[in-house]
Write a protein that binds this ligand. Sequence first.
Ligand SMILES: [Zn+2]
Ligand SMILES: [Zn+2]
Length: 629
Amino acid sequence: MNHKSSSINLDNLRHSCAHLLAAAVMEMWPKTKRTIGPAIENGFYYDFDFGDAKIFESYFPKIEDKMRNIVKSWTKFERVEMDVKNAQEMYSDNPYKLELIGEFSKEGQKLTVYKSGNYDDLCRGGHIDNPSKVLQNFKLLKIAGAYWRGSEKNKMLTRIYGTVFPSKQDLDAYLAQTKQAKKRDHRILGQELDLFSTNPLIGQGLILWHPKLARTRNILEQYWREEHYRRGYQLVFTPHISSMDMFVKSRHLTKYINSMFPVMLHEYIEGESASDYHSEEVLKPMNCPNHIQIFKSRPRSYRELPLRIGELGTVYRYERAGVLHGMTRVRGFTQDDSHIFCTSEQVISEVRGVLQLMKDVYALLGFKDYQAYIATRPAKYLGSLEMWEFAEKSLKNAASAEDFDYKIDEGEGVFYGPKIDMKVKDSIGREWQLGTVQFDFNQPASVETTEEEIEEFWNLKTFKKLFKTKAEAAKYLKKLGRGFNVTYIDNDGKEKQCVMIHRVVFGSMERFFGILIEHFGGAFPVWLSPVQAVILPITDKQLGYANKVLEQLKANNIRVELDDRSEPLGARIRDAQIQKMPYMLILGGKEEQAGTVSVRARGGQDHGQIKLSKFIEDIKKEIDGKTNT
Ligand SMILES: [Zn+2]
Ligand SMILES: [Zn+2]
């Protein structure tokens, strides 16, 4: 949705609406204890402790009426400074607010209360100017349980979600979109169309790809591989587990530890661990160190650069169970990953190459609308200021050269380098972050281990298990150092450090397929459909002809099924529609005599009787053209 037309700050609008919700709740259930009410993506929520009162979504219309009534008297949000003692008195019966007051005052912040009409709330600010006018187009969406401060040790509160937009039009569009999204939910379609599953025996966040979706993935991967070879990438395979040493050197084991599965300590295997090195394995959370080792497998000359190493590389990252979601948030996934090793002179053309690839791939899959965001240097960073400036400038130049109307995410870069993130809109207008082009100043370098880093490692439980003393751990860490020293020999005979760029186009196959299922509403275009046509003989008399048609289609590499169940034709047509089959070929006596097929398309269009040879010619054209219908 486009909010550019409005000058209202959406976060402020949404947070203001959370105040309004709380005001209504406090009037309707005066014993309620309020907590916090932030703006979130697409709306806001407010967490309440309702005590013994039970709240249901069926109350929403009444609460919304109350909100509409209250807001009439809200001409502004008035900021009132307050000392700790007054604030504590004001919230003497609310342990949640008292906890917050205690923390704010410890941090030395001024306490502020915002008044609007008869309502006031402890708050740090961030409101709109004219609530009675602007705060109109809101809707309460759902109720959920939420622990106070997200911790299971605390009390479960009642969270009410809502949304609000500057105009009724925007609100209606958003509500229509969420309704659409519900129908397209990939977790539901995944089951209905027999695409994928998860299983507690395998573990949460680990996807089983069923034959149909696996077929589609194979086709998309085949396209991916061909496209990469064509663009000068070299594709590789690397192991799923790696020695811990590698991720010590890369520093993932400290910087990324919360996202990694635990180190596989060798409690059952003896004699594998040498005294100086530690071969205990980890599941790789990233492919980069492996690709670096392929680059480093022999000395490299400037003549070999740029070197683009690519892999559909499977990685494993620990995510809390609470955030796992279908295929889009998982613990094991395959990245369409590549690492480009090049000289600084080659950077702009390399980034442009990646952006071109993204444009082509997104267009092919019907993602017409995308936005590039360039994330710049954060407060804490590795590498020199000079490197950062060079890299940021290169990203901007490359994006401009490719006609990307980019936006800047100030200070949002990762500590080891700036990046471009591509946010892509799907067919119902939702934005998804897909591709990334990311500089890396960390891994190609070669730096001695610092005392601070030794301390960081020594704080890990694994290190206390592996080493008897901190000195022993320090010796190991110093021997390994940080970074992989990724270099090439330049034409002046000198060894120089490579520029290293990480990039993905889809992100991960799992997440991308979750998005793709929703984007297409489960109806993959013909070239990606697991089954492209289904043959429906009207009676058993046409079985012989049906088998002939089946063989001919198969001989032409068309993915086809024969539905010869003794169900009535109407029921079989309905099933084919539910399964979102691109084409149904209906065969009766007339068709058999004429050597034709009666073609019905997924959308319901009746193409009538067509010569079998003509149908084959047409569908092949559609498949080869990767037509996006
Ligand atoms: Zn506020
Ligand atoms: Zn990488």
